[in-house]
Design a binder for this molecule. Structure first.
Ligand code: DOR
Length: 437
């Protein structure tokens, strides 16, 4: 994309809670950096070959989003998604940074895979890819990876996501080892003995459908154990995709004691219950599973009060091969980068969830957890911002998604809140300014 040297975004609502900024203002971006933020800053500038002026009245300018948890499937399963299509989906969703899980083929448990992912992303351009490397070799739960080397190669955290580190001794050593390199340990909290044969949340709906149940306590026991281990070791610990009210209770208690524990929640766990599975819709098969109304309420309250720090997409692209099949055969996962903001905008004003908290949970907090410089709407900062039309209606249509995947129950559902532009690394990586679609 050839870009003008100077871009003026005129008359939008510039909203950056970390700066206590909420004002109608002009933003000028010059060679990738913000050079003016303020009323009338762009008034002397006329459009020319060098200067592009866009009227963004009615739009919001937000710090670009940071996703702590996406599966981009490269290397190894590029038919589901690859780094180019995944980063395209991230740009379309307003993200400037995407942290990428290691359950690729091969697993990202070595410097070589971490470097390959970053090199591929640099070639492709767009949002910045940050690898999360495995905790254990092959994600087999036994031998720790070379975390120092992985850190040096660019990993921002370690996780065996997709599977849980079940062995308490291995988890203890992982927390100790990761601490020496200031890497956050991200746990997929699932006691696999308690979920053997499970297909969905254990409750009235699983009983009715005759599907194996996945009890809440399978998540809760691991979160409780890990909080104790993290406290004992004095290490940073992050819980991926929290889904139960019990886990929320444990996290709230841990935070009240000042422990360095953080957590994320996905849009689907905030919006859907196990009732969505009633038609055996494989798009609603996820790990952890969709829970019940009481869990939704607890997750929303925890997001509102900051007990849950961040919103992460758990973008888990699958093809029709893994999803157009019997429920029991289907792979768990939901794609999520493109519709995430629009899905959650509807929660603002409900149950104490403010726009301030939503932006914090989608940008500043996840950036801090991964040790990424948080995007900021201030003069001198690298342009990493998202332009949103909060009123625009759009539909994640089968024919018009950047991701290769279509595995979401929100496909073809009309949503409110359209991403119009994304700036990442100072560049315009999504440009729908001036388009109505
Ligand atoms: O639903 C999920 N899908 N949960 C996970 O933890 C892994 C992911 C995947 O890789 O598809």
């Amino acid at each position: 994309m050839t870009e003008p040297e100077l871009l003026v975004l005129r008359g939008g609502r510039v909203f950056d809670p970390a700066l206590e900024l909420d004002a109608i203002a002009d933003v000028v971006i010059e060679r990738g950096r913000l050079t003016h933020v303020g009323a009338g800053a762009g008034s002397g500038l006329a459009p020319s070959a060098r200067v592009r002026v866009v009227d963004v009245t009615g739009h919001w300018l937000l710090p670009a989003f940071v996703d702590l948890h996406a599966h981009l499937r490269e290397p190894g399963q590029e038919y589901k998604e690859d780094i180019a299509s995944g980063l395209g989906a991230a740009a379309a969703g307003g993200y400037a940074h995407v942290c990428v899980m290691p359950n690729t083929r091969p697993v990202n448990d070595t410097r070589a895979v971490t470097e390959l992912m970053r090199a591929r992303a640099a070639e492709v351009g767009g949002p910045t890819l940050h690898p999360i490397a495995a905790i254990t070799v092959g994600q087999r739960g036994q031998d720790l990876t070379e975390m120092g080397e992985l850190r040096e190669a660019g990993a921002v955290g370690v996780s065996d996501d997709g599977v849980c580190v079940m062995n308490a001794q291995v988890m203890r050593r992982a927390l100790e080892y990761a601490k020496t390199f200031d890497l956050v340990v991200i746990q997929h909290a699932e006691d696999h003995d308690l979920t053997a044969g499970a297909q969905m949340h254990e409750g009235a709906v699983s009983a009715r459908l005759g599907l194996g149940g996945w009890p809440r306590v399978a998540e809760d026991v691991i979160v409780a154990r890990d909080v104790l281990l993290a406290e004992y070791v004095g290490a940073r610990y992050h819980v991926a995709h929290v889904s139960t009210l019990g886990a929320v209770r444990i996290l709230r208690e841990a935070k009240s004691r000042g422990l360095p524990v953080t957590a994320e929640v996905t849009p689907h766990h905030l919006l859907l219950t196990d009732a969505a599975v009633i038609g055996y819709d494989t798009a609603c098969k996820v790990n952890p599973p969709l829970r019940e109304a009481a869990d939704l309420a607890a997750l929303r309250a925890a997001l509102a009060d900051g007990t849950i720090d961040a919103i992460a997409t758990d973008h888990a692209p699958h093809s029709s091969l893994e999803k157009d099949c019997e429920f029991a055969e289907a792979s768990p996962g939901m794609m999520g980068l493109e519709p995430c903001f629009a899905l959650l905008l509807g929660l603002v004003g409900q149950e104490g969830i403010t726009l301030t908290r939503l932006v914090d949970a989608m940008s500043t907090r996840p950036a801090r957890i991964a040790g990424i410089e948080p995007p900021r709407l201030k003069v001198g900062a690298l342009a990493e911002l998202t332009v949103v039309d909060p009123a625009a209606l759009w539909t994640p249509a089968h024919s018009a998604l950047a991701s290769k995947a279509r595995n979401t129950p929100f496909l073809e559902h009309e949503l409110r809140g359209r991403i119009r532009a994304t700036f990442a690394r100072g560049q315009l990586v999504l440009d729908r300014l001036g388009s109505a679609g």
